[in-house]
Design a protein around this ligand. Structure first.
Ligand SMILES: O=C[C@H](O)COP(=O)(O)O
Length: 326
């Protein structure tokens, strides 16, 4: 099966398996050693690196989650998601016909109508709009409020929902309650809307909790597990990526269900993006190397990817005014 045959997430969830959760022991030194070798053993250069960077572009959830987001900056974001790389750069790579877009745009629920309208205007209505919901970023609201927020975001036009976990339930190992909450959120999303569960790994206390929370989310029917909101002090990092990918792989091996993975927060460079792709290739496999099962949540990464691709085709680095997001 190649990446294009990949079905995308297929996860209906399974009953909560507390014995599996209790049996989890993460070997932290081994995880750290594994993460340290990722960017060093396999190097991709020249046309292969350019191809990986183009793949990374298609996997970006191009994000703006700022308190001062407006219709205007969401429109600019959508234009960039619809046409992420300058057409002369694509032409030089013989990729002009590929109609490259980002994987999705990701915004606050109140900006969803702006994003939907802008993508339509820019002739890219097929680019999904993801809304962060359930009291992003803290999740510290009543369950009723959080569930209602999902419904409202979908009514406003969101195609994907990024929920946040109730960290207290993880920190106190209240797995059954966490399972029920995530299950209700999945039910609120319904069968057509992809639900990504943001773990907020920087606030979960330990790698064991990261692994266990990943499992609970998948058991409850998550389509993707996502590292971070981008607002915690510690966001996406490779050791956490190793742990979450192993949870995805173990879940797949036991159930046969595909779950996607989304690192988010602090990913800024083309080199970082390639290292995350290497992680996916080595810890999962090629079936996950596409935007149905892998996304990178990032507000600033696209600019560096475009800059690196500009350098690849011209042999020089672009001046600030030559790239639209500068
Ligand atoms: O979900 C995406 C993150 O909020 C983006 O974080 P970032 O601004 O550090 O790229």
């Amino acid at each position: 099966m190649g990446p294009s045959d990949c079905p995308g997430p297929t996860n209906p969830g399974i009953p909560l398996d507390e014995r599996w959760i209790e049996s989890v022991r993460v070997n932290l030194p081994a995880v750290q050693r594994r993460a340290a070798t990722l960017g060093t053993k396999r190097t991709v250069k020249k046309q292969w690196q350019a191809a990986w960077m183009l793949r990374a572009v298609t996997c970006i959830d191009l994000t703006t989650l700022a308190g001062d987001d407006t219709q205007a900056n969401v429109q600019r974001l959508c234009l960039k998601a619809a046409k992420p790389i300058r057409s002369d750069i694509l032409a030089a790579m013989d990729m002009e016909q590929a109609q490259l877009t980002c994987g999705a745009v990701c915004v606050y629920p109140s900006r969803v109508p702006d994003a939907v309208a802008a993508l339509k205007r820019f002739k890219a209505p097929h680019v999904p709009v993801a809304a962060v919901a359930t009291g992003f970023p803290s999740g510290l609201y009543s369950l009723e409020t959080r569930l209602r927020e999902i419904t409202l975001a979908i009514e406003a036009g969101a195609h994907e929902i990024d929920i946040v976990l109730n960290r207290q339930l993880v920190l106190n190992h209240r797995w059954a309650e966490l399972y029920r909450e995530v299950q209700q959120m999945k039910a609120a999303c319904g069968p057509k809307i992809h639900m990504k569960t943001i773990l907020a790994i920087g606030e979960l206390g330990s790698m064991n909790n990261v692994y266990k929370a990943s499992l609970v989310c998948m058991m409850a029917g998550a389509d993707f597990i996502k590292t971070s909101t981008g607002k915690e002090a510690l966001n996406a990092n490779l050791p956490v990526g190793v742990v979450m990918c192993r949870a995805v792989r173990d879940y797949f091996e036991r159930t046969g269900y595909f779950v996607g993975f989304k690192p988010a927060g602090g990913i800024r460079t083309g080199k970082d993006a390639c290292t995350w792709l290497i992680l996916i290739k080595e810890e999962l496999d090629d079936r996950w190397l596409n935007n149905k099962l892998f996304r990178i949540g990032a507000s600033g990464l696209l600019l560096d990817l475009e800059r690196q691709l500009f350098h690849y085709v011209t042999g020089r680095y672009a001046a600030a005014h030559e790239l639209a997001m500068s």
